[in-house]
Design a protein around this ligand. Structure first.
Ligand code: PEP
Ligand code: MN
Length: 247
């Protein structure tokens, strides 16, 4: 078991924006007993004009905030060049949707984490089939690390032509993966909808489908977030989801 509690909540901003920002958010999350702090330091942005993250400086701030509140750090490693420098700051390494099929990177991450079994959270490519997704996970396992966590984050379908959602939440994949594999399956209601109005309901639906946990983007000033501002919710808004879990 990679997580002690089920369901687990991993929360935090899309991107670490400053030392104060991540410290404030970590404090608010720990009031809700959240133990896993997420935040991007290396951001895979569609546009080169968008905020790219603070890099290693961001990871240092996140490590400090997490240690201060006894939380674990979940963060993405974007490329091979930053693996060594980023490694010790992160407790769970995220591989982003756009890198699911970067086989060189995932093999290297698999090899590096084989030494200590550090968990790798592999997000589903938004255009990947389930088979392609499971084969990507297999690359990490074959490199020597069995601690692979799957994270569903929405897929691209024809719904995006006229729906309000950024992606289509691949909720049925939770059932399929839980039935047919032994992986821990996390669902991300933030990227899969891209719209904070939908986040609580999709989060509850994912839990109902049997997800082992949720990855939720939270920001203390959601509308002012430097990235993914339409989907961020305030840490206080997690209460509704936590109350649902208790019920
Ligand atoms: C993220 O978690 O902030 C992220 C960029 O997610 P994805 O790779 O799923 O788009
Ligand atoms: Mn994001």
């Amino acid at each position: 078991m990679i997580f002690e509690e089920k369901p687990v909540i991993i929360a935090g901003p899309c991107a670490v924006e400053s030392r104060e920002q991540i410290m404030r958010i970590a404090g608010q999350l720990s009031e809700h007993k959240i133990k896993y702090l997420r935040g991007g330091a290396f951001k895979p942005r569609t546009s080169p004009d968008s905020f790219q993250g603070l890099g290693l400086e961001g990871l240092r701030y996140m490590r400090e905030a997490a240690d201060n509140f006894e939380m674990k750090v979940v963060s993405e490693i974007l490329d091979s060049a930053s693996i060594d420098a980023a490694y010790d700051f992160i407790d769970i390494i995220q591989i982003g949707s756009r890198n699911m099929a970067s086989y060189g990177l995932i093999k290297e991450i698999g090899k590096k984490t084989a030494r200590d079994g550090k968990p790798v959270m592999l997000k589903r490519g938004f255009n990947a089939t389930i088979t392609e997704y499971l084969l990507a996970a297999e690359y990490i396992i074959r490199a020597g690390n069995e601690n692979v966590i799957l994270c569903l984050r929405g897929i691209r379908t024809f719904e995006q032509i006229d729906s309000m959602l950024r992606f289509t939440p691949d909720l049925s994949a939770i059932i399929e993966l839980k039935r047919n594999t032994k992986f821990t399956v996390i669902f991300d209601p933030s990227h899969s909808t891209g719209n904070r109005e939908y986040v609580p309901d999709i989060a509850k639906a994912a839990l109902f489908m049997g997800a082992d946990g949720l990855l939720i983007e939270t920001h203390d000033k959601p509308e002012e977030a430097l990235s993914d501002e339409d989907q961020a919710i305030h840490p206080g808004a997690l209460k509704e989801i936590i109350d649902f879990i208790k019920k």
